[in-house]
Design a protein around this ligand. Sequence first.
Ligand SMILES: [Mg+2]
Length: 186
Amino acid sequence: MLLTFLKRLPVLYSAFFQSWQSFQQVDNLATISLDSLRNRGIQGVILDLDNTIVSEDDRYLSPSAEAWIQQAKQVGFKFFILSNGKRRYRVEFWSHRLEIPALSPARKPLPMSFHRALKAMQLQPSQVIVIGDSRHTDILGAFLVGCPSIQVATLPHPFRWWEKLLGKRVQTPYPAHLELWNCEPY
Ligand SMILES: [Mg+2]
């Protein structure tokens, strides 16, 4: 068994790095073309919440993100939110506001919550795109379950100590020239 694993190691290694490097990167959710998703056979979206839709300190909203989600729903895309956030009331608030089922804490990149989302959407991994701002949780998790993924730039938020060290390796800063929407207090 060990020998089989070792023999497969170069294949796994190259598959991992190809996938790691081939994910798509965009500035924000609303710039993703629904037509291009549909042309790729995508029928469902697993969405991250913090710093993808709303900044984790609740200051900023991703511009037009809510309109994009509503439009995607109208043309038949299914949605599921997976958040690693531990403040469950916040995830519940956004789940209610966006009318999307949500799971938190999702413990991404571990595959369990991704499998639960896929099961809830009744879709295969190749039919579901994972969209989030963090490579080590959203993008890696997508890879582990076989979903394609898109990384959005991370909305401005107070950086944690590890983000100061590793931030640019796992996230892309939100471009300074792009608009940001303020989040209404809730
Ligand atoms: Mg995030």
